[in-house]
Ligand binder design. Structure first.
Ligand code: SUG
Length: 464
């Protein structure tokens, strides 16, 4: 099963962003995510949101990076509504009944939350795994109902893209119970001297599963990731236990609105950019991470931002740490940050200090406008799933999902044709939204060359 190793320098990081789905709306569904709560009920702009996402993908491509596209989920999820008792009748009657009797459930069934691809799965590159394959485990997202319904379609989609079983393993999601609550790559960071060398994988959890004992947990907001889930992922992926670190997220940070670790830290290569409140045991975690990186033959480069420079409350609103940190083709790294950071002088000054400090390789910052996503608590890093790939792996995945100028143009036209300009909460009661989404997604699978990945494209008896 072990593949011919390609030279580590031929190994790249591809970013897979999900297209924002046609039902993008603000329903205030994510307790503990302050921006989602704050914008509940606001008019949302799905067409603008999808175009912002596409522009962000093209920006990454203009920096010389490989960019992939993931298709959205079918929403509203009428099967979910049927499963919770709105059965009988056609789809339109199910939607109308849910709108009348349980608008919040309809909102959950209609959420375009699959757009945050960092929560799609946890990914370990082949350089880190025992069998030399790339391992992906779709996240079960059990903490929130509107997100838990993503896992089944995410698994199908990833299996369609990473289909070559000699190179990729797409596991089933972890058991959907609170003990194994898993939010995917948003709580996982990989460090390596170069993408293609064996790395160190950091798993950050907010609470323990019941098999693990008791620790201090946040009092106000839910901790979404368990240690038990993180351990299971490391086992499933066949990671070397000497190259894995499990660290507890600071409970105070979760209570301040840091619902995922990627709201307070980002890593790339040997670099960790983090706020000082990232970890419950700051000193212990950093010392262990340094030790484990050293044992793998490289030095961790820590860029830490103190509370006195960027207060946590500001980080949570502006998403500095939810920037993408990427390698530039000519060396050095760049941050791809939300424009919300550019509008805050304190953050601009902090970034300037980071860029001019020659003890780290971060050289440049690019601002991208992803405001439609930001208002639901998702910044640039939430919108992408990173997959480190060697040449053979890159060549063997479904090619139609890799963004090119031609594909980008097609997608732009597709968005203009199919997406509504505006969706207000009351619009979710309109059954036409489902028909519009189905028509859009049916065309999209053709554009991306993915075949039949949605239930509406298959006969009712097909089992994936
Ligand atoms: O799970 N927001 C998402 C945002 C996820 C951001 N992802 C990362 N940090 N990786 C969440 O909290 C809001 C949906 C609504 O309220 O309509 C929402 O689900």
């Amino acid at each position: 099963m072990q593949q011919q190793a390609s030279s580590p320098t031929e190994v790249i990081e591809a970013n897979f962003d999900s297209l924002v789905g046609p039902t993008h709306n603000y329903a205030g569904l994510a307790h503990g995510n302050l921006l989602s709560s704050e914008h509940a009920g606001l008019a949302a702009y799905p067409r603008a949101a999808a175009l912002q996402g596409l522009r962000k993908m093209n920006h990454l491509r203009s920096l010389g990076l490989v960019q992939g596209v993931l298709p959205p989920q079918v929403r509203p999820d009428v099967e979910y509504l049927r499963a919770v008792g709105f059965h009988g009748g056609d789809d339109a009657s199910v939607i109308r009944r849910a709108a009348q009797e349980a608008p919040r459930l309809l909102a959950a069934a209609s959420s375009a939350s699959g757009m945050w691809a960092a929560n799609a799965a946890t990914v370990s590159p082949s350089a880190d795994t025992a069998d030399g394959r790339v391992h992906l485990t779709p996240a079960n997202l059990v903490t929130n109902s509107h997100r838990s319904i993503e896992a089944v379609q995410t698994t199908r989609t990833l299996r369609a893209i990473f289909a070559d079983a000699s190179r990729f393993v797409v596991h089933d999601p972890l058991p959907a119970t609170p003990d194994f609550a898993d939010e995917g790559a948003a709580n996982h960071t990989r460090f390596a001297p170069e993408h293609g060398r064996p790395g160190v994988e950091l798993f950050v959890y907010g609470r323990l599963g019941s098999g693990e004992g008791l620790i201090a947990i946040p009092g106000r907001f839910p901790a979404r990731q368990t240690l038990e889930a993180s351990r299971a992922l490391a086992r499933l992926h066949g990671l070397d236990h000497n190259a894995v670190v499990f660290a507890q997220q600071h409970p105070g940070a979760i209570d301040a609105g840091v619902f995922h670790n990627d709201v307070i830290a980002v890593g790339n290569g040997p670099v960790l950019l983090a706020h000082e409140m990232a970890f419950a045991d700051r000193d212990g975690t950093l010392a262990q991470l340094r030790r484990v990186c050293e044992a793998r033959g490289f030095e961790l480069i820590l860029v830490e931002v103190p509370e006195s420079v960027v207060p946590l409350s500001m980080a949570v609103r502006r998403y500095l740490f939810n920037s993408q940190l990427v390698n530039l083709p000519d060396g050095g790294m760049a941050l791809v940050a939300p424009t919300d950071c550019r509008d805050e002088p304190t953050i601009v000054a902090a970034v300037q200090d980071i860029l001019s400090d020659t003890s780290n390789p971060i050289r440049d910052i690019h601002y991208v406008d992803v405001r439609q996503s930001m208002q639901n608590g998702g910044g640039p890093a939430c919108l992408r799933l990173r997959v480190v790939l060697n040449k053979g792996e890159l060549d063997s995945l479904a090619r139609g999902v890799l963004l090119t100028d031609a594909l980008s143009q097609q997608l732009e036209g597709w968005i203009e044709r199919h997406y509504r300009e505006c969706i207000k909460p009351a619009d979710l009661a309109d059954p036409a939204l489902l028909d519009e989404s189905v028509a859009a997604l049916d065309e999209l699978t053709g554009i991306l060359g993915l075949g039949s990945i949605y239930p509406f494209q298959r006969s009712s008896v097909t089992v994936w």
